[in-house]
Structure formats: structure tokens, C-alpha cells
Design a protein around this ligand. Structure first.
Ligand code: PLP
Length: 454
């Protein structure tokens, strides 16, 4: 292993030899060279061999302002020079964290004025569940710790957040915490492909939820966690009115409602937070991450209502008042500095307004692909969408349908477009700065790939 020998190995080989990637395909571990992304600008990324791709994934739903923003790079560098890190524990803080918390309190709905920073979406979700359980335990209701989630949800990659998630494809040989997590049916409703009305579907989902609350006992349930529109589970949109009706149902029984806006927040649906404006929700907590820092730094946050924050302080045990939750890098100063700069740019450039403008165009263009033989359906909302493939026989993630999506993905990649294959779906979540002409380019390449994959 001489230094010279190591340096001469191509990076994709080195990676194949040494890295175990998140969500790696274990059947090709060590044999499949990685696609190494080397540089990026705007909505385009370039691999280590110099090939350019239009990034219709937005990194992983997170590169909202696009790549290579000098202002964001400067904000990180300035903060790193001034004070890269100090502990956030106890009563110690940093200026960027305090200022970002104040800004988030202004941008978020209702009385969500207290911010608990974390390191990413998973740690924020996990923290929110712990806060909900602590909240009730501190009020003398320790049995109130059960959590409602849904099939097809995705809430993260830690032990608890994977237990909350409900994607069957991820349910492999790992263990899951099933004892206090309960999954309701997936709320996805596709008017083009459903044989019942949206109203009937809504009633079905609400009846199931109320029956499940009764079965577990409302006095045992701490919270319900939900993405307003399911992202990684396959861009699944519930029937009209579902989000608000489930929130009302929770509040009827004193159950806390946690809105997971890791994907839907920070502009992807045209607003900083979609919960209130788009869906009429009054959540007790909102989770944010990804677009919060435009993907430039790992960062997550739980936005907590004043009501809960006050109760936490009032009810904490007098002899042990420590809130034992948090991480070394919770609200890292460099991450908070870039999040502040991100919000400044989003406001200055009216990024949310831009998404409200191009979002419907993106969805309309994609929906024009529905006529193709291998397209079962196209669904989405503003800048989150997916194309579902099928051979024309069985619907869903059958081996044949998944092979089709894989072929579409390879053809897109060959033609310089990155979409995200998941089971038999091609998921699209471009950077929010995407223009109409780049949308045309995405759809043109995808259209050709769908024709070739047939
Ligand atoms: N919640 C939702 C809705 C997500 O889509 C994700 C990630 O995709 C997470 C939570 C977890 O976020 P992270 O990967 O930053 O831990």
C-alpha cells in the first residue's frame, strides 16, 4: 500500500473498495463503481470523469438554492473563521443559532416560537417524539407514550425513525421498535387511478384513525407524526382535507400533532412551511431540515409551540430538571450561519413565489407523460413529483415494474439527467431555482427514456 499506488487508483474504485453507502445495494457491494460527483453549479453537477448532469433530484430533496452559491460559501467560511464550534449544551449558545431560532419563530405558523436544533431530519424527528413523551410523562401520564404513524411514511434512518417509517422496501433484517409505534394505512390518493371518490377515501382514513385511537386508548397516545405529502414513500398526496381533519382528530383526543416538513418545507411546495398555508394545520411541532440550509450543511430543527415549551418548563421534575436530549453538533454555528444566509437569499429572490410560478408548470408538463404505455400514473405537487412505471399488468413494485424504472433511470443518466429511482418509481425534486427551460429539458429526456425503456 504505497502512497503512490493509493493515489493512482481512480476515485470510483477507491469508493467501491472502502465505502458502505447509506441504502447501498448489498448485492453489488465492492463490484459497482460509485458515481462520484466532483463539482456542481446551479442545477447541474459534474462527475469525476467530467460528464455533466441536470440534477432533477436536488441532491436528495435538499439542494434548494442550487450549487456553487458564493454567498452561502462565504457565510460558512466567515463563521468558521470567527468561531467554528462551541458546545450548545445547557445555557451556552452561538449567535447564528440564536438568530436562526428567532427567524424560524417568525416564519413558522401559530405559536411555534421555541426551536430545538439537531443535526439532521432524523435526529429532529427522534427528538420531537422524545419531547412528546416527556411532555406527558412530566404531567404524570407516563403511559401516554404511544405514537401513530403511517404505512409508506419516511421519517429517517435511525432506529426509532425507521420504526416510525412504513416503507416495506426498507423492512429488512433490521429490528424495529414496534411496541409503541402504530401504523395507520397509507393516505395516498390518486384521483386518476382510484375507483372511489376523494370524500369516500377521506372518510375511510378518518374512520380507521379514530378506531385505532379507540383501540389503543387516547390516554395512551402521545402523538401522531405525518408528512403533509409523503415524499420518499412515493410522493403520495392524501385526499383533500385529510391533513386538517387528522390534526383536528388528534386535538379532539389531546394527541399532539407533529408535522414532518423535512421535504415539504422551505419552499418545495411554494411556502416556507406548507402546514398552515397549504393545509390549514395547527401543528404542535414542526420538523424541518434539508432545505433549511439548502443542503450546504447538515442541520435539523424541531419547532415547538409555546404551550408545550411552557409545560415542559413548568412540569419538569424539580430534582432533575435537565432536558436530556441533544447532540454535540446540535445547531452547529456554521450550519446555522448558512441557514440564515439561505433564508436571506430565499426572501430576497422570492424563491417561494418562483416555486408557486413554475411548480404547476412542472406538474402539468410531467402529467403529459401519462399517455405512455409504461406510465401507470404521474403524481406530484409543485416541485415534488414521481412517475410510476408498470408493464401494463400488475400495479406496484413487481420485479418487472422495478426493472422498467431502473432502465428509465439508466437512460436518463446516459442522456445527462439524474432522477431518483425507488422501486418502480422515478422521483423528481429539482432545485427550487429550476427554470421553465430546464423543466422542458428534464421532461424531454425523461420522455425519451420512457419510450426507450418500453
Ligand atoms: N423526514 C422526512 C420527511 C424525510 O424525507 C427525511 C429524509 O429524507 C427525514 C425525515 C430524515 O432526514 P435526514 O436524512 O436528514 O436524517
Amino acid at each position: 500500500k504505497t502512497t503512490q499506488k493509493l493515489q493512482s487508483r481512480p476515485v470510483p474504485r477507491i469508493d467501491a473498495r472502502h465505502v458502505l453507502h447509506p441504502w447501498a445495494d448489498l448485492s453489488s457491494l465492492g463490484t459497482q463503481d460509485a458515481l462520484v460527483i466532483h463539482s456542481a453549479k446551479g442545477v447541474r453537477v459534474r462527475d469525476s470523469a467530467g460528464k455533466s448532469y441536470l440534477d432533477a433530484i436536488g441532491g436528495m430533496w435538499c439542494m434548494t438554492l442550487g450549487y456553487g452559491r458564493e454567498e452561502l460559501a462565504e457565510a460558512m467560511a466567515d463563521q468558521a473563521r470567527q468561531m467554528a464550534y462551541y458546545t450548545p449544551f445547557g445555557d451556552v449558545s452561538s449567535e447564528p443559532a440564536a438568530r436562526l431560532a428567532e427567524k424560524l419563530a417568525k416564519l413558522s405558523p401559530g405559536d411555534l416560537n421555541r426551536v430545538h436544533f439537531t443535526t439532521c431530519g432524523s435526529t429532529a424527528v427522534e427528538s420531537a417524539i422524545r419531547i412528546a413523551q416527556y411532555h406527558f410523562a412530566a404531567q404524570g401520564q407516563p403511559q401516554r407514550r404511544h405514537v401513530l404513524s403511517r404505512i409508506n411514511a419516511y421519517h429517517g434512518g435511525t432506529y426509532l425513525t425507521q420504526s416510525l417509517s412504513g416503507k416495506s422496501a426498507d423492512r429488512t433484517l433490521f429490528h424495529y421498535e414496534a411496541e409503541f409505534v402504530h401504523h395507520l394505512s397509507s393516505p395516498g390518493y390518486d384521483p386518476d387511478r382510484s375507483n372511489i371518490s376523494a370524500e369516500a377515501k377521506l372518510q375511510e382514513l378518518l374512520s380507521e384513525m379514530e378506531a385505532e385511537i379507540a383501540r389503543i386508548g387516547p390516554e395512551n397516545i402521545a402523538c401522531f407524526i405525518a408528512e403533509p405529502i409523503m415524499a420518499s414513500g412515493g410522493v403520495l398526496t392524501p385526499p383533500e382535507g385529510y391533513q386538517k381533519a387528522t390534526c383536528d382528530l388528534c386535538h379532539k383526543y389531546g394527541i399532539l400533532y407533529i408535522s414532518d416538513e423535512v421535504v415539504t418545507g422551505f419552499g418545495r411546495l411554494g411556502y416556507f412551511f406548507a402546514s398552515d398555508v397549504r393545509f390549514g394545520l395547527a401543528p404542535d411541532m414542526i420538523i424541518t431540515a434539508k432545505g433549511l440550509s439548502s443542503g450546504y450543511q447538515p442541520l435539523g430543527a424541531v419547532l415547538i409551540s409555546d404551550r408545550i415549551a411552557t409545560a415542559l418548563a413548568r412540569n419538569a421534575p424539580a430534582d432533575k430538571p435537565v432536558f436530556s436530549n441533544g447532540f454535540t453538533y446540535s445547531g452547529h454555528p456554521v450550519a446555522c450561519a448558512v441557514a440564515l444566509a439561505n433564508i436571506e437569499i430565499m426572501e430576497r429572490e422570492n424563491i417561494c413565489g418562483h416555486v408557486r410560478d413554475v411548480g404547476p408548470y412542472f406538474i402539468d408538463k410531467l402529467r403529459a407523460l401519462r399517455g405512455k404505455d409504461i406510465v401507470y400514473t404521474v403524481r406530484g405537487d409543485h416541485l415534488m413529483a414521481c412517475v410510476e412505471c408498470w408493464t401494463g399488468e400488475e400495479v406496484g413494485p413487481t420485479a418487472a415494474n422495478m426493472a422498467l424504472a431502473q432502465r428509465v433511470d439508466s437512460y436518463c443518466q446516459e442522456a445527462g439527467l439524474l432522477v431518483r429511482p425507488y422501486e418502480n418509481l422515478c422521483i423528481l425534486s429539482p432545485p427550487l431555482i429550476i427554470t421553465r427551460s430546464d423543466i422542458d429539458r428534464i421532461v424531454a429526456i425523461l420522455s425519451e427514456a420512457l419510450d426507450r425503456a418500453e
